[in-house]
Design a binder for this molecule. Structure first.
Ligand SMILES: [Zn+2]
Ligand SMILES: [Zn+2]
Length: 349
């Protein structure tokens, strides 16, 4: 008989209450499962969107968190990839159908039968999933990633969402040497986009409404900076980029940014604004431009990204917080007052 695992975490009981300590149960470790104790969990803007029901009605109580790293404590008898004591990570997904065309290609994030989100989702047995703002997690080995000891572990956590969300589109569109890449927004996603863009050999420009971000952008390795509130700088940047990676999750004027693309340029959205952004066909037609979007990454690519980061010494710039300060962190995140990702030290739970 299976016995459940007692877990503790921080949960929102409803969409209008703050996160607070909550005890709950995780499933016992099955034959193909890995249990790991969570050491660090990144704070993603989507955590706040979801506990506030800003995208769709959520499943409550909700334990957010999908940038999860920790140490394996137990594995099922069929698990070969992990042993107790290994480092492990889980990102935005904990399951998918594994049989559809997309899953077979390693694009589990686009599972045609619906992948299972790490939190605010339903497992195949109908039980809710609970995320990384907690002390321990049990996940099928196929959805657990290997983490190198080379990088600082807390700085690895944000790679599981902010990292793969920017890595995947840059790889898909083969952004690299000879390309001019603009990164729109310099937050958790944006700062990773700059690091990857530079590592892949592109000329990287940060587009921002905030002048002080210029120094920060250059420090991250960006080659150029355009202050988008300055009409002169915008005028000079017209038709100059091959790609724009748009990480902004607040409403913004796509027409303006499309005008900065060269002929055949592509504007790729990875941030999710709560409101739709209107685009006129003319904004794309004058130069055969494309408007695209990309969501996280599949399991094989997420592992590839983690391995690439270990090899090239790339990780997130983070600020560590105690879990009791999570709402102060959200407030600062909304003001853009973080360089560049908050990570919860789970020892403070
Ligand atoms: Zn995220
Ligand atoms: Zn599938």
């Amino acid at each position: 008989m299976l016995t459940m695992i007692n877990a503790k975490g921080y949960a929102a009981q409803t969409s209008t209450t703050n996160l607070a300590p909550w005890n709950f149960e995780r499933r016992e470790v099955g034959p193909a499962d890995v249990q790991f104790d969570i050491l660090y969990c990144g704070v993603c803007h989507s955590d706040l969107h979801q506990i506030k029901n800003e995208w769709f009605p959520g499943i409550f109580p909700m334990v957010p968190g999908h940038e999860i790293v920790g140490k394996v404590v137990k594995v099922g008898k069929d698990v070969t990839k992990f042993r107790a004591g290994d480092l492990a990570a889980v990102g935005c997904l904990v399951d998918s159908c594994r049989t559809c065309d997309n899953c077979k290609e390693g694009l589990e994030q686009y599972c045609l039968n619906g992948s299972v989100q790490t939190y605010n989702g339903l497992s195949k047995d109908g039980t809710p999933t609970y995320g990384g703002y907690s002390n321990t997690i049990v996940v099928h080995q196929d959805f657990v990633l290997t983490v190198s000891k080379k990088l600082s572990l807390p700085a690895v956590a944000p790679l599981l969402c902010a990292g793969i969300t920017t890595y995947s589109p840059l790889r898909y569109w083969k952004v690299g040497k000879g390309h001019k890449l603009a990164v729109l927004g310099l937050g958790g996603l944006g700062h990773m986009a700059v690091k990857f863009g530079v590592a892949f050999g592109a000329e990287v420009t940060v587009l921002s409404t905030s002048a002080p971000k210029e120094e920060a952008a250059k420090k991250l390795g960006a080659h150029k900076f355009v202050l988008t509130s300055d009409p002169k700088q915008i005028k000079d940047a017209k038709r100059s980029f091959d790609f724009i990676l748009d990480t902004v999750s607040a409403p913004h004027d796509l027409k303006l940014y499309l005008s900065l693309l060269k002929t055949n340029g592509t504007h790729i959205m990875v941030g999710i604004s709560p409101e739709p952004s209107p685009v006129h066909a003319f904004d794309l037609m004058g130069g055969r431009k494309s408007l695209a979007a990309s969501g996280i990454g599949g399991l094989p690519e997420t592992q590839e990204m983690l391995d690439y980061c270990a090899e090239h010494n790339i990780a997130s710039d983070i600020e560590m917080i105690d879990i009791k300060n999570i709402h102060q962190a959200y407030d600062r995140m909304l003001k853009g007052d973080v360089r560049y990702r908050f990570v919860i030290d789970m020892a403070t739970l």
